[in-house]
Design a protein around this ligand. Structure first.
Ligand code: G6P
Length: 613
């Protein structure tokens, strides 16, 4: 019986050379799906690339081979057995049999992976793997401090881990307590991006039903969201440990969250410093604030750990330990996976297998989205966590040689079977622009709690059936999928799947020749936001001056723009006025906000000192 890869490869005619014409041709629709000719591949790729994804998969022959295979359970079973990866110590399996890569593609990838494995090896040895920022990339050292390139870092990692454990133990035991309560009962974590997503995912996945401290998050500068978190704490603010997390120590949303929480403490007559903890880089603005104000504790973040890979630094470990989660087990799971993903044998390296499948499924250019479907409620936030890890790492305009590549891989998903009742309809029958990853958890619930809700069938059997049914139904319609199986959701398995995806992202980045460890695109939005706020201050100053006149001089938008010397910003000025008006900070003398040309605006109060200037 022919294997799937045999079926594919025998019927394919991969072109050896990509013509310049092909490189510039627009994507076309062909066969039963969109096809992306070489056009969509980064132009820096070697033109001799053989068996590239788009040469192969969308030909009629390939489609026919795939249909053959779908009808041939023996061939499919053989492919399943051929490619099934198992990590025994972790009880983790990876099944890539429902991704249609060919033997030729694998050979080509094995060649490309040589460079990716070498780059990863150098990264682990302390190379400047993030050249734009001139930084080492050391998240792997966090779970095996013997790997560090400098002995001082080993001591730093180990001492930090010890101090996290003892601080958490003392908080839980009530040895360290807030001034006006017998013990801390709540954690309020203030942080955003990599300083929130890891702790959120870990809390959702692993916190016990009744943790020693319950956690809630402020991860935005939305005042209503912040108010909601503080209101929910109510009188328990007095027993809340506030952990402010920011690698840079200067992220505006996090600073705002801190200022809002400090205000709530003042209003409740509480001493914030006695309940505040900072996790940040040494000497950052946040670090200095915490030191000068004498906060309860400070834990370090390291220059060589990126925000999106920081969950196994103090960022993720301290909140986890305070919730009673075994953080050393998380680290062990990650370390075992790190070891497993160091092998340079593609077939035996689960991270490399993932990266290879991503490359195959998305043509190496992100032409298809990655839908993450954990069939376990506690893993709900995995896709949100992966969104940052994958998209901030891989979504890059330029490659390492400066070529424009606009790389990326879109990630979304929630959980099964819930999503079956939402968007799986489109996945199976609609636009074919994705590949799925099922996360399967074998253990349904703790031993001794199961029961049959109908003869021979438990609630968990339904979940299992939904997963397998969806996987089969998608495949029968030509939709590819990967399955990651773990035995249970434990600190060890969660550590392992985080490490698995971290490594897969790093390897994939090498395959497509990009820097996975910087995020230059994020700066543009931050800079533009700062400019909006600066313009708002000028608008306020102009309005203040006009409002201090006697009589008050209401101004049109044109007049405001003119006096701000920013006529080209009139639309932004209108939006600023509309926002302030909705929040009772400017008054409309004439017209209404809905008709910009008609409005005349002034401030309710004149400030003689013009604090806005
Ligand atoms: O931890 P912080 O320095 O506050 O950064 C929080 C987040 O800020 C930025 O948006 C970066 O793009 C993220 O990678 C980072 O996780």
């Amino acid at each position: 019986m022919a294997s799937l890869s045999g079926l594919f490869s025998s019927s394919l005619k991969p072109s050896k050379t990509l013509s310049v014409k092909a490189l510039s041709a627009p994507p076309t629709r062909g066969g039963d799906s969109f096809s992306f000719p070489h056009t969509s591949k980064p132009t820096h790729l070697p033109l001799t690339l053989s068996a590239s994804r788009s040469d192969i998969s969308h030909t009629d022959a390939a489609t026919a081979a795939k249909k053959e295979l779908i009808k041939d359970p023996d061939a499919l079973w053989k492919r399943y057995l051929d490619w099934l990866y198992q990590q025994k110590d972790l009880g983790l399996y990876l099944d890539v049999s429902r991704v249609g890569f060919t033997d030729e593609f694998v050979v080509d990838m094995e060649h490309r992976f040589k460079a990716a494995f070498k780059a990863m090896d150098e990264l682990e040895k302390g190379s400047i793997a993030n050249p734009d920022e001139g930084r080492m990339v050391g998240h792997y050292w966090l779970r095996n401090s013997n790997l560090v390139p400098k002995p001082t870092l080993k001591t730093l990692i180990e001492n930090t881990l010890d101090s996290i454990c003892s601080f958490a133990d003392d908080i839980i035991a009530g040895k360290i307590k807030p001034p006006s309560s017998p013990r801390f009962t709540q954690i309020l974590s203030v942080g955003i991006g990599g300083s929130a997503l890891g702790p959120q995912f870990v809390a959702e996945a692993l916190a016990p039903d009744n943790p020693p401290l319950k956690i809630r998050f402020i991860d935005n500068t939305d005042p209503a969201g912040i108010d909601h978190q503080i209101a929910q704490l109510g009188p328990e603010l007095a027993s809340t440990l506030v952990i402010v997390i920011s690698k840079s120590g200067g992220t505006p949303e996090t600073r705002n969250g801190l200022l809002e929480v400090q205000k709530a403490f003042r209003e409740a007559g509480l001493n914030f410093a006695k309940q505040g903890v900072a996790i940040t880089q040494e000497n950052s603005l946040l670090d200095n604030t915490a030191r000068i104000e004498g906060w309860l504790a400070r834990f370090p973040m390291y220059d060589w750990v990126g925000g999106r890979t920081s969950v196994m630094s103090a960022v993720g470990l301290l909140p986890a330990a305070l919730q009673g989660i075994d953080i050393r087990e998380m680290l062990t799971g990650a370390a075992i996976m790190d070891e497993a993903t160091r092998t340079t044998s593609l077939k035996n390296n689960p991270a490399a297998l993932l990266a290879m499948c991503w490359y195959w499924a998305s043509d190496g250019v992100g032409s298809k989205d990655m839908v993450i479907l954990p069939y376990k409620d506690s893993l709900l936030l995995f896709s949100r966590y992966l969104q940052q890890l994958v998209m901030e790492s891989l979504g890059k305009e330029f490659d390492l040689d400066g070529n424009t590549v606009n790389q990326g891989l879109t990630v979304y998903g929630n959980k099964g079977s819930t999503d079956q009742h939402a968007y799986i309809q489109q996945l199976r029958e609609g636009v074919h622009n994705f590949f799925a990853t099922f996360i399967e958890v074998l253990r349904d619930r703790p031993p001794g709690h199961d029961w049959e809700l109908e003869p021979g069938v438990t609630c968990g059997d339904y979940l299992f059936g939904m997963l397998q049914g969806t996987r089969s139904a998608l495949y029968a319609n030509g939709r590819e999928s990967i399955s990651v199986t773990i035995e249970e959701v434990t600190p060890r398995s969660v550590g392992a799947i985080i490490a698995l995806y971290e490594r897969a992202v790093g390897l994939y980045a090498s395959l497509v020749n990009i820097n996975a460890y910087h995020q230059p695109g994020v700066e543009a939005g931050k800079k533009a936001a700062a400019e909006v706020l600066a313009l708002q201050k000028r608008v306020l100053s102009v309005l203040n001056e006009a409002s201090c006149k006697d009589p008050v001089e209401p101004l049109t938008l044109d007049e405001i723009a003119d006096r701000c010397h920013a006529p080209e910003e009139i639309e932004m000025i209108y939006k600023i006025i509309a926002h302030m008006s909705a929040n009772d900070r400017v008054l409309i003398a004439e017209g209404s906000c809905g008709s910009p040309r008609s409005v005349k605006v002034y401030l309710g109060e004149c400030n003689v000192d013009d604090m806005y200037a």
